[in-house]
Design a protein around this ligand. Structure first.
Ligand SMILES: Cc1cc2nc3c(=O)[nH]c(=O)nc-3n(C[C@H](O)[C@H](O)[C@H](O)COP(=O)(O)OP(=O)(O)OC[C@H]3O[C@@H](n4cnc5c(N)ncnc54)[C@H](O)[C@@H]3O)c2cc1C
Length: 466
């Protein structure tokens, strides 16, 4: 039987970073992967395909030109799904190559096959060709990720009714699309489909989309999405979905409304990939959504078995999964590692994109923190005019008395890059004055920080002795 210091299950961001970190600490590491290629949902079906698709959509649809010329700008080019997916394939292949290279360079053994527990230290790996090997490991990291959740009331056929994985196999672009689920993934695909000219109806059980995002930012996004032809059915639930003989889809809502479309994308939640791990042989169990409980160092109830990434639940981001995998490996091999979850940024690649770090207004209000806001609109910034994004905005939240920065919320082009300036200032516990006293390149969107800081500090001038 092969012996390893660490055996990782899954080659997505959590497994990848966990394995490489342990190898860098001089450990003997193997990583099991049940699919024929490495990278997990991140590279093969989730983050990388959806972000590549978004970029291709923005370029090919002429969407970026609409702000520069006028809203009616239409690309004369007829976009096919094939064309969009060619670019996606190219990026996926390159990224898989990068992962494989990193595993090889760091001496990590890739064991292709489905891993399951034999006992708390032994895993069986059933190869794709039917061959089985067993390995013993001192430590195990479960980074098996998630898959789209399905519901019995939804007749998935992969053509008219599909989940986000099957979205990448579509032969053509639907003209009328219903999206069930107003979370990050549903919103991102709704924006892409709308940019391609589809009429989208989004059904969300909760009264608003993206319920963890700042209200003002969600309002701005909702406005944009509506202006792109997205209809929201909020606070509504799908009761039943039917596909007609001629391939039309009818979503019947509990409120008795009917939504007819060419296709329906079901994007409601994800299910942990734990059902085939034989967790009970390791003394572990998962909850009803397939998630494994861990402590702050990512140890499960069995201390030498760690779990990280989407399989442990919120926030289910590639960025966070990487960090969790790294922290798990550092903890197992007694390597000190510092992490600051309160400074993790969130990126939502809607159109326009959204990013935030730190607290929201709702959280500060709930905690009775006296805060002030400073907002800069892209239209006030030269770079905003140059790139034709005149609707973006950046909002700073800071403490009224100490002037310490508490949160940054951005919607608009470059939001997911721009956020890191605010993240750094938050990390160093800086005050809003930093932005006033700093010279930014001109003309850049980073200037928004300065304008927002001035606007926020101006609001303090309206106060006096009480
Ligand atoms: C459409 C979409 C868009 C997204 N966009 C973003 C984004 O913009 N930014 C962001 O940060 N995050 C994004 N995410 C989330 C991100 O993809 C996940 O957070 C990330 O992939 C989770 O990484 P992971 O390592 O936990 O699991 P995964 O990436 O799911 O990898 C798990 C791996 O484990 C393997 N596995 C499972 N069971 C076994 C077994 N028994 N034996 C062997 N191998 C096994 C699987 O085959 C898979 O390869 C997106 C997700 C989706 C679906």
């Amino acid at each position: 039987m092969k012996q390893y210091d660490l055996l990782v299950i899954g080659t997505g961001p959590a497994g990848h970073h966990g394995a490489i970190q342990a190898a860098k600490l001089g450990k003997n590491v193997a990583i099991a992967e049940m699919k024929s290629c490495v990278g997990g949902a991140c590279i093969n079906t989730g983050t990388i395909p959806s972000k590549t698709l978004r970029e291709a959509v923005l370029h090919l649809s002429g969407f970026k030109q609409r702000g520069l010329y006028n809203i009616s700008y239409e690309s004369s080019h007829k976009i096919s799904m094939d064309e969009l997916l060619q670019r996606v394939d190219q990026v996926i292949r390159t990224e898989i190559g990068v992962f494989n290279n990193q595993f090889r360079r760091n001496g990590v053994d890739i064991l292709t096959g489905r891993a399951s527990f034999v006992d708390p230290h032994v895993l069986r790996i059933e190869g794709l060709d039917g061959d089985t090997i067993t390995c013993h490991a001192e430590y195990i990291l479960i980074a098996s990720g998630t898959r789209p959740a399905h519901s019995d009331s939804i007749p998935f056929d992969g053509v008219n009714v599909f989940d986000t994985d099957a979205m990448l196999n579509l032969a053509s672009l639907p003209k009328l699309l219903t999206i069930v689920g107003g979370g990050v993934i549903g919103v991102e695909y709704a924006c892409m489909a709308a940019a391609l000219g589809a009429q989208v109806t989004m059904v969300e059980r909760r009264p608003r989309i993206l319920d963890f995002v700042d209200d003002q930012i969600v309002e701005a996004l909702s406005y944009h999405m509506r202006s792109q032809g997205v209809t929201f059915r909020l606070g509504e639930e799908v009761d039943e979905v039917k596909i007609t003989a001629d391939g039309k889809v009818c979503a019947k809502l509990k409120s008795k409304k009917q939504i007819w479309s060419d296709a329906l994308l079901y994007a409601v939640g994800r299910q942990g990939n734990t059902d085939s791990l034989n967790l009970s042989a390791a003394g572990l169990e998962a909850d009803n959504r397939g998630r494994i409980q861990v402590n702050e160092t990512f140890q499960t109830a069995v201390p030498h078995i760690y779990a990280a990434g989407d399989v442990v639940g919120f926030p289910s981001l590639a960025s966070v999964s990487m960090e969790q995998g790294r922290l798990a490996a550092c903890h197992a091999f007694h390597n000190p590692a510092v992490s600051t979850p309160e400074l993790f940024p969130y990126g939502i690649y809607a159109i326009p994109e959204i990013s935030f770090v730190g607290k929201t207004e709702a959280q500060l209000t709930e905690a009775d923190v006296p805060y002030e806001i400073g907002v800069a609109h892209y239209r006030e910034i030269a770079r905003g005019q140059i790139i034709g994004d005149t609707t973006g905005l950046l909002k700073l939240l800071f403490h009224r008395e100490t002037r310490r920065l508490l949160g940054v919320h951005i919607i608009g082009e470059g939001a997911t890059e721009l956020i890191h300036i605010g993240q750094a200032v938050l990390a160093f516990e800086g005050a809003v004055d930093f932005f006033v006293n700093t010279v930014f390149n001109y003309p850049t969107l980073a200037e928004c920080y300065k304008v927002a800081a001035f606007a926020g500090l101006n609001r303090l001038n309206y106060s006096g002795e009480l």
